[in-house]
Structures are given as C-alpha cells and as structure tokens.
Ligand binder design. Sequence first.
Ligand SMILES: *Cc1c(COP(=O)(O)O)cnc(C)c1O
Length: 458
Amino acid sequence: MSNLDVPYKIYLDESEIPSSWYNVRADMKEKPAPLINPATHKKLRVEDMTPIFCTELAKQELDDDTAWFEIPTEIQDFYRMYRPSPLTHAVFLEKALDTPAHIFYKFEGNNTSGSHKLNSAIAQAYYAKKQGLRGVTTETGAGQWGTALSMACAFFGIECKVYMVKVSYEQKLFRREVMRTYGASVTPSPSMETKIGQKINAEHPGTTGSLGCAISEAVEVATSTEGYRYVLGSVLNQVLLHQSVIGLETKKACEKYGIKPDIIIGCAGGGSNLGGLISPFMGEKLRGEADYRIIAVEPKSCPSLTRGRYVYDFCDTGMVTPMAKMYTLGHDYIPSPNHAGGLRYHGMSPILSKLYDDGYMEATSVEQTSVFQAAEQFARTEGILPAPESSHAIRAAIDEALKCKETGEEKTIIFGLTGTGYFDMTAYESYNDGTMVDYIPTDEELEASFAKIPKIDL
Ligand SMILES: *Cc1c(COP(=O)(O)O)cnc(C)c1O
C-alpha cells in the first residue's frame, strides 16, 4: 500500500518506555524568561513557589539546566498501564488525500482519560503523595485534565478538587461523572464558593468561564486549605518536562524504522503536548544536529501565538498566580465558547513562546469548521474519532500533505493525536447539523484585552 517499509502501527516494547524525562531548556542557549513575583517583579525562587506548588515540582519548574530527570519507579510502573503509545502510519488517510507525503501520528488517547494529560497527572499526583499532602486542586477546561488528574489521585489515594470551566461543566456531563467515579469533587467555575469566583461573576455576569478563571479559584482553595497544593495540566515547564515521554517514544520509533520527519505538528493550547512531542527533536535542532519544521496549530478564536503579545502577564484571570513572559491575549481575555475547550487558554508555555520568538518553530491558526472537516475525514479513514483539540493538528497535517501533492514532494509529517472525542459529541452534533460558527476576535477586542496587561520593564 505504501512504499515505506514500516508497520501500520509501531509499538515499542515495554522496556523501551523512557526511564528519564528530557528537559529541553538544558539545550536552549537563551533560556525562557523566569517566572516573577507580581508584587516585587523579582525572579521566583523555589521557596516562593512552595506555598502553592509541591516542592519537587517547584524545583523542576525552575531548573533550566538539568537535561535528564529520572522518572520515579512508581510513575514508570503506572506508565506501563497505557504506554508505550503507538506511532501509526496513516496509510488510509494518505490514500484518501492521494498525497506523496508520509503521514504518521503519535496517539495519546489510549487511556480512560482519553488524552496525553495523564502523562503529567500521574507525575504530579506522585510528588504530592510523596510530600505527604492530603490533596490537590486544579482547573479543567474540556475536562481531560480533570479526568486525568482524578485517575492519578485515585491511584495514589489522595483527594482531588476540580474547578471546571462552566461551559464545559454544562456541556460535558459525562466527563464530570467520570471524574466523580474516580473520586474527585467537581465545581463549575466561576463558582460562588471562592472570593475570586464571586468577583468574576460580579464583573462578568452570565460568564461561561475560562481556564484563567478556574485557575484563580483552584489556587485560592489550595492556598487556603491545609495539606493542599495546586497542580496545573499545561503551560508550566514541569508539564512539558513530563510530556517529553511522547517525544522520546516517537523519536525511538523513528530511529527503529529509519523514519526522518521533515515536519512535526501539534495543536497548542497551553503548549504541553506539542512541547513534549517536539522536545527531543528540538534538542537536536538547538544543538545543530538536525533540522525540522515544527508547527504549532491554534484555534482562530484563541490565537495566542499568531496574534498575541510576547510580554509578562498573569497565568490566570484573577491575577493570583506568578507572572510569566509568554505569548498572551491578556489574562482577562475570555475566548468565545469554541468547542476545543482544551485550546481556550489566553497564554502559551513560556518555553514554546521563547522558541517561537527565536524562530525555532512556526505557528498557524485554523477555523473551527475546517477543523471538524479534517476530524471527519480522519475518523472515516483512520477509524479513530479525534478530540476537537487534536483535530487542529490533523487539519494542519492534511494541509501540508495537500501541498506535497501539488509540489510532488515526498515529505514525512508527524503529528500528535492527543486524544479521542467521545465526550465532544455536542461539538460534532453542531458540525453535523451545520450550525457550527467560526468566531474570530476583532483587532479591537484584542487591543482592549492587551490594554489590561500590566506593563513590566525587565
Ligand atoms: C488539553 C488538551 C490539549 C491542549 O493542551 P496542551 O497543553 O496545549 O497540549 C490538546 N489535546 C487534548 C486532547 C487535550 O486534552
């Protein structure tokens, strides 16, 4: 069917699951800008972070130099439940597109949470347990992170309080029940249970919430509840570190079969799956050993890389978190209720922001209906029903493969298929009914939001 001599699905052996995470910052000559304290503008130290974050995770967050972190045995054991994940040669999609390109996808949806987020959730729950904590709080958008974290907390026997973006809480009842089945408590955000939730509700009556609001609530509860810390499913350096298992496995599979990617594509919400997928490839690029085109794909409704500003901003709407220098639409930006809940975040990983600003990667943005066209084509050819978030990467991969068809180039494209879309059927319903809309913010809307970003000269 294809002239490449590789299996349809490349499965590594269990013994080939990575035993260390790779920290791409170690190979960056210019490091991402440090997190700062919003009051003093001083660079954050581990002791500034430990009231909010688990100590070991705070250390990982601030470590720009250690290239490899050994994965604790307990986490490696858990990874065996659903890893290694397959790298699949999308022969059926290639055939449908009639393209000379070779398309591969790394599928991270093969676990109950349905996404890559479990890779970091299990690590964060492990460090919380090891520190003797009672529980953790977090936010969740579409619900994948909350689901992953509730699974991880159940495994280690700690409590889990999830603040779920209201629009998703109402749309995704089944996800909420999965979380509760794993023992988590789930609250729609903004709620009236926290001071910041009350404030946001008063300022934005009827708001459907955003990840930024939910983060503020989760942080408030973590810092005011004994034995609790806050954990985050994306954006942070530690999360990209844990997600490097995706890229390390992908690279090993490529090496085993002599696959040389030209283009690596991933959807980007907070940047964790893309950061994880590309990290070992980016390491080679940074060291001058190889070159790849790397493309981040974001929704046109929440275009932080393609239309945002690269400045210091808060990671949350309530301005209770440290500030990060990142591509941002402004901490107060509440994106339209796009169906890719996991991509509705105003900012972007400081690591990816820096790499993008330095020209090591590209970014593109795509409209929602074109994303669902790609999702539909992928589901009908490759069989997997993709998550709306993942389908942004599918859209870009298909577009690149179609360009190859025009030029006759036989490029190799790898994209991250981050998860499945079984809990996103209201989104598919609106696509199937033809009622889906493509919302694109105006320049004026973005300017109004940029104006609320505090000006910081460093
Ligand atoms: C959360 C999520 C994303 C986006 O988050 P990143 O941190 O940018 O990876 C993408 N796909 C799925 C399935 C998700 O759950």
